[in-house]
Structures are given as C-alpha cells and as structure tokens.
Write a new protein. Structure first.
Length: 399
C-alpha cells in the first residue's frame, strides 16, 4: 500500500527538475512522448474501428451470411439462434456484356421483399428499388462501380451469360444467355459493387436451365454475422451442410484485423520509448537526491517507502502525459472530419466520400490509457530499486 508521505515526496520531486535544466528537459520530453503516443493511438484506433465497422456493415450486407445448399423447413430455421430471416436463394458465376465490354460477376437470384427488409443494399440504392425485380421481367440490379466500368445507365440492356449452364444450338453448345434490362443501381461503397448482379430468383433459375419445381438454396440473414458458429452448429445437428461468409470474405477481415493490431503495436512502441525516457530522468533524480534519500532513511522511512517515492514520481509523469494525450486524442478523433475539411483534405478519399468513419470506443480508450500508465510504472521500477539500495552513511559522506 502506498503511504501518503511517499506520494507527497514524489509529488515534490516531480517538480524538482526545474533546478536542473537537463532533468527538466528529459521529464518534459517523456511527458510529451507519452501524450503524443497516446493521442496517436486513440485517433488511429478510432479510425480503424470506423473502417472495420463500415466494412462489416457494407460487405456483410451484400454477401450471404450463411447459405444452405438445399431447402429447410421454416420451423427448423426459426429454431436456430440469431437468425432474423431466410429466403430461397440461388447463385452462379456469370458474365455480363455491354457495348463497352464484359465483366465476370456473381449472379444472385433473390426474393425482393426479403432483400428490401434485411439487406443493407436497400439503404444504398441510387436508382430504382427491389420491387422492380419481378419474376419473368428479367431485370437486374448492379453496383455503381460496375455501371461506371461498363458505361451502363438505368434502362440499358445487358447480355447475361451463365457459365454453369449451356444450350445446344446449330453452332454448337453455347452458354445459357439472355438480354436483361438494368432496373436499379446500388452503391454500397465496398469491393462487391463491381462483382455482384442481383435478379429475381425465378429469372436466374430459368437462365440456369433448372427444371420447374427444383429446390433452391436457402440464404439466412443473421442479426450479427460474426455470431455464425452457433448457427452452423445448429444446422449441422439437423443434418445439413452450410457455407458461411468467412469462406468468401474471411481473409479480408483477417487482413483488416492484422493491420489494426500492427498499428496498435507500432504506436504502443512510441509510448514505450517515451515511458523509458522516465528511466533516464529518474536515474538522474536519484543521483541528485542521494543526500535527501539518506536523510529520509535515517528519519525512519524504509526501503519500500523510498521505492514507492520514485515509482510514484514516474507514475505522476505518466499521468501528466496520459491526461494530455487522452484529451487531445478524444478531441482530435471526434473532430477529425472537421479538421480535415478545414485543412482542405478531400473527404472523397474516404469510403463513401462523406467523411472518414470514426468509432471511438471508450472501453478501448480506457484500456490504452491504463496500459500507458502501466508502462510508465514499469519504467520507474529500476530507478526506484536503485534509490532503495542507497546506503545512508556513504550518501551523506559523499554529499
């Protein structure tokens, strides 16, 4: 337990460097380093959290959470944990062709009502609506990125070819194909915008030459896509196999997580370097205050209390830097887009052109602040042990 006397002396020593300009400089440098490192850590982690959250919302809004290769009973689906809804579903690799060229895409046969209610695509429609995808109308919905690449506008006609189905013609066996009208354009702001083409389920089944009455796949919408494991376990218990979103987009999210962790470690090194500047400052203070330490020992202050004095001294420097870094980091993170626009940085560089996404998580802020203080406390350990081992007689004789 820290003694109040130890805290009082440590507080006095934390300002004692004013009599020694070099010690004062080292103290100030360490405080500034901790503040800068913590501020950078809070801002960078908040931005990374924002991009990660945006990526989860947008990519997982268009990628199927779970696909079961066959139909399931509705009561079995409702019994699965975390499932919001389901719909009949079909997908296939295909090619679309316009006057400007052709692109390989993933064709998704969907039910418009379910997509309108449970897919994030409905929130990012630029033109059109899901209700335009009527059975037999042979209309498609494409991403804005794909529309720009192929110079397509709503109302234009595309040739859609399915790689997995073919028809016999006088010219030989050719991929199943049909002209379709572009009825809607979406802009999710993710990499899937130029890879996914949506159409009504029955239209895709006809294009794939599936026989009438064939059983489609089942697509599940989860309340939290990251809680997919209990759902998969429940599906397997019912004797079905399933394909989850991680098999398609897992490497992307793993890469984002790794990048976030590496940024955290690199910025933590800044705090660590600043924290260990405290070692230099405290070693100088210990050398300068050996006479004081000896007098305190002769007055009955034990070695443990002497150690506490210098550990608290280092901690006080850390608290100064942490408070400054915490305040600046939170202010900068919350006002980041305003500051960027003030300095003329184009916000169009962000994912949606409206600003850099920032997600300030207070639990994370508290954790990195406490971690910074722990590093400062550990950095104070060596000088504190040296102070504890000062011999009073020798110190008074040298003083």
């Amino acid at each position: 337990m820290f003694h109040p006397v130890s805290a009082y002396i440590a507080l006095r020593y934390s300002t004692a460097g004013k009599h020694n300009s070099f010690v004062s400089f080292i103290n100030g440098f360490s405080v500034a380093g901790i503040a800068l490192g913590l501020m950078s850590l809070i801002v960078v982690l908040s931005v990374m959290n924002g991009f990660e959250s945006q990526l989860k919302q947008r990519v997982l809004g268009i990628v199927p959470h779970i696909v079961i290769p066959q139909a399931m009973k509705e009561q079995d689906i409702q019994a699965l944990p975390g499932v919001m809804a389901s719909m009949p579903y079909q997908e296939s690799e295909g090619v679309i062709q316009s006057r400007q060229g052709l692109r390989g895409v993933q064709l998704q046969g969907v039910m418009p009502q379910a997509m309108s209610e449970y897919s994030v695509v409905s929130e990012h429609l630029v033109v059109g609506q899901f209700e335009d995808l009527q059975p037999g109308a042979f209309r498609v919905m494409i991403g804005r990125a794909l529309a720009v690449q192929l110079d397509i506008r709503p109302g234009d006609t595309l040739r859609v070819l399915v790689a997995g189905a073919s028809v016999y013609t006088p010219f030989g066996r050719l991929p199943s194909q049909r002209l379709m009208q572009v009825s809607a354009i979406f802009d999710v702001g993710a990499q899937m915008d130029d890879k996914v083409v949506l159409m009504h389920l029955s239209d895709l089944q006809k294009l794939m030459r599936q026989p009438a009455g064939s059983v489609p796949q089942t697509r599940l919408f989860l309340a939290d896509a990251f809680q997919y494991k209990p759902v998969l376990a429940g599906i397997q218990q019912l004797g079905f196999e399933a394909d989850d979103w991680r098999s398609r987009q897992g490497p992307l999210f793993d890469a984002v997580k790794m990048e976030k962790n590496m940024m955290f470690l690199m910025l933590l090194l800044i705090i660590a370097v600043a924290a260990f500047n405290i070692v230099s400052a405290l070693v100088m203070v210990v050398s300068e205050k050996q006479g004081d330490i000896a007098i305190l020992q002769t007055q009955g202050l034990g070695g443990a209390k002497i150690m506490q004095v210098f550990m608290l001294n280092g901690l006080f420097n850390g608290i100064k830097g942490a408070i400054i870094g915490l305040v600046l980091g939170v202010l900068l993170a919350t006002q980041l887009n305003g500051l960027l626009s003030l300095f003329g940085v184009p916000l169009a560089l962000s994912a949606d052109g409206q600003g850099i996404p920032v997600n300030l998580q207070w639990g994370q802020v508290v954790s990195v602040t406490v971690l910074s203080l722990v590093l400062c406390l550990l950095a104070s350990l060596y000088p504190a042990i040296r102070a504890m081992r000062v011999q009073p007689a020798q110190a008074l004789q040298n003083d």
